[in-house]
Structures are given as structure tokens and as C-alpha cells.
Design a protein around this ligand. Structure first.
Ligand code: UT7
Length: 326
């Protein structure tokens, strides 16, 4: 008896980014505002972290509502309608309670009758994890167009008396749409974790984000540039092919250190580097798409630019991927 033959999905030649969208907390919070809450000052925060102001959500803005706003904008920017999207992935580490997830609500509220909707938690590395899963799903033919969103509302997870941590984080969401392409425009995701360093970022008293700042800083400035370089190699490119570097916006000094390291290894002097943290703060899984959306809006980057996206954070987790700007 001959075995029945299993059918698999028809597959496109490649995948690409089709559009972006973002939103931020409605409240602008300056360093001077924070100096009224904790023993800090504008000069320290600018010099050590690079933030001039960050944005926090008002009472109406939740992980879900910000994801809906950013996601709907990305679908429109892609020239698609909600009916064209068949998978929604929300990267988040600040969804209250964990159950229910964010993605099913986001999908419903945008009007997407998605065949699949799920959350990814790889903290600040989460957006590129989700993007990588999305690109692989489209490539494998299991989804046609995937909406990928990073959304975070940090303010309830911060101890507003802990000056080392409350000055860094912020609220916002960024989104991208991934679809099929005749020519590949998204490289393989390079994903990984360092679970032995789990104790360097955790929830203190089960409530407040706490990080051993210097340990994470050292790890990020020594271990992450090689991950970024591997993503470029995996895409079959050279570092000199990269036009735009978009690292997770954790600290401006980390962003600059990664850029310098890559430039010492062949990245160009005219590499455009995302410095969105200055006016957005650290929005974890939202920071990469938020930065890209802002840079596109400001005309700092253009369609066709080769972008190198690099995430890193709690877990510890890391991720890097090359993608062409839509
Ligand atoms: O997004 C997830 C991944 N996270 C990261 O990548 C974050 C990595 N780490 C960092 O960005 C930095 O380590 C921090 C921004 C968290 C801290 O900066 P730092 O330069 O490493 O400061 P530090 O913790 O070594 O503290 C230096 C000094 C200390 O005072 P003493 O002990 O030297 O007298 C702190 O108490 O600065 C003090 N300090 C502050 N002073 C004014 C800490 N926070 C503040 C503050 N204002 N907000």
C-alpha cells in the first residue's frame, strides 16, 4: 500500500517589510519632573543614559490600546486592510496578569479575523523575535501577511522611589507588517539567550523591574555587536552594506558602543544610527519599531535602506536581523 502524500503550503520566494506604525504615551515626562520624585538630576540622566524626556501613557492607554493604534497604522501604511492580515504577534513583557494575552484582543479591535494571534515575551529582544517568527511563517506559507507589534506600558512595573530604574523606562508601541516578496528583503533572525544571567534583570518583590545596571551594561556593550554581525553574515551581506543600525534603545551609551564596534569591523562611517531613546526613553519591545517609524517620518531613512535591527534584554535574551526599509 502506498503511503498517503502530505500536502504542504505553497511558499513565496521571500519576505519583506510592508509598513510601519507607532504610538507613544500621551504624557511627556522630563528629567526635571523626575527630580521632583527621586534624588536625580537632568545632567546625570543625559550623561549616563542620554534621555532628555520620555513619554508615559495616560490612564486610557494600555498595552492593548497602544498596540491597536500602532498596528492599525502599520496595516494602513502597508496599503492593506485588516482583512489582508492572517496572523498577529504582540511582543510584550508588561501585559498585566498574562492571561488573557494581548494579541487576540488587538486582532479583534483592529478588525482582523486572524487565523492565529499570540504574544511573545523576550523582553527588550521581543520585537526581533516576533519579526523572525513572522518572516518564517510567511516564508513557509503558513501566513500571508503578519502584523508584528511591540507594545509596553512600564509605569506600573516601576518603583518610583528607585532612581536607578524609574528614570529609564517609558510607554509606547511600534508595529510592522511582514508579507511575501519575489526578492527576499528580510534576512534570517539570529536569536539567542543567556539564561545564566537571569538574575541581572528581574521583578523585585514580584512587582518592580530591577536590573543590575552595570552587569547588563557590560554584557550589552561586549556581547551584542557580534550577534549583530552574525545577522549580517546570515543575510549574505557585509557590514559595509548596512545603511541603518537600529539597536534596542536601552541607553544611548550602549547604542553608541555597538555602533562604534561595528564600525571598527567594517560598518561605514556614514551609518545612520537610531538615537530615539533621547526623546522616547526605553520602551523595551516597542523601541525598535518606534525608532524606525520616527526615522522614516523624519526622512532620516528611506525606502530600500538596509537596516540592521538588534534587540537585547531580560532573560537575558538577544536577537538581530537584517531587513530592508519599506
Ligand atoms: O533595556 C533592557 C536592558 N537594559 C540595559 O541595557 C541597561 C544597562 N544599564 C544601564 O543602562 C546603566 O547601567 C544604568 C543607566 C542603569 C545606570 O547607569 P550607570 O552609569 O551604570 O550607573 P551606576 O548604577 O553605576 O551608578 C553610578 C552612580 C551611583 O552612585 P555612587 O554609588 O557612585 O555614589 C548611583 O547611586 O550613580 C548613582 N545613580 C544616580 N544618580 C543620579 C544611579 N541612578 C541615578 C540617578 N540619578 N537616576
Amino acid at each position: 500500500m502506498t503511503k498517503p502524500r502530505i500536502a504542504q503550503n505553497a511558499t513565496p520566494a521571500g519576505t519583506r517589510l510592508l509598513g510601519f506604525g507607532s504610538t507613544q504615551g500621551n504624557r511627556i515626562v522630563t528629567n526635571d519632573d523626575l527630580a521632583k520624585l527621586v534624588d536625580t538630576n537632568d545632567e546625570w540622566i543625559r550623561q549616563r543614559v542620554g534621555i532628555i524626556h520620555r513619554r508615559l501613557g495616560d490612564e486610557s492607554q494600555t498595552v492593548v490600546s497602544m498596540a491597536v493604534e500602532a498596528g492599525a497604522k502599520a496595516v494602513a501604511d502597508a496599503g492593506l486592510t485588516p482583512g489582508d492580515i492572517d496572523q498577529v504577534i504582540v511582543a510584550t513583557c508588561t501585559m498585566p496578569g498574562g492571561i488573557p494575552n494581548a494579541a487576540a484582543q488587538v486582532s479583534d479591535q483592529i478588525g482582523i479575523k486572524a487565523q492565529s494571534a499570540f504574544d511573545v515575551n523576550a523582553a527588550c529582544a521581543g520585537f526581533v523575535y516576533a519579526l523572525s517568527v513572522a518572516s518564517d511563517a510567511v516564508r513557509a506559507g503558513s501566513a500571508r501577511n503578519v502584523l508584528v507589534i511591540g507594545s509596553e506600558r512600564f509605569q506600573e512595573w516601576l518603583d518610583w522611589e528607585d532612581r536607578g530604574n524609574c528614570i529609564i523606562f517609558a510607554d509606547g508601541a511600534g508595529a510592522a507588517v511582514v508579507g511575501p516578496a519575489e526578492e527576499p528583503e528580510i534576512g534570517p533572525g539570529v536569536l539567542g539567550s543567556a539564561g545564566d544571567l537571569v538574575d541581572t534583570i528581574y521583578l523585585r518583590e514580584g512587582k518592580y523591574i530591577y536590573q543590575e545596571g552595570q552587569s547588563v551594561f557590560r554584557w550589552a556593550t561586549t556581547q551584542i555587536a557580534p550577534v549583530a554581525a552574525r545577522a549580517v553574515e546570515a543575510a549574505g551581506l557585509k557590514l559595509s552594506d548596512v545603511d541603518v543600525l537600529v539597536p534596542h534603545q536601552a541607553n544611548l551609551r550602549i547604542v553608541e558602543a555597538i555602533a562604534r564596534k561595528l564600525q571598527s569591523q567594517g560598518a561605514r562611517d556614514d551609518l545612520v544610527v537610531a538615537r530615539d531613546i533621547v526623546y522616547s526613553g526605553n520602551t523595551s519591545s516597542a523601541s525598535i519599531p518606534l525608532a524606525i517609524d520616527h526615522m522614516r517620518g523624519a526622512g532620516e531613512i528611506s525606502s530600500g535602506d538596509v537596516m540592521l535591527l538588534v534587540g537585547f534584554g531580560a532573560g537575558l535574551s538577544y536577537s538581530a536581523q537584517v531587513a530592508v526599509c519599506p
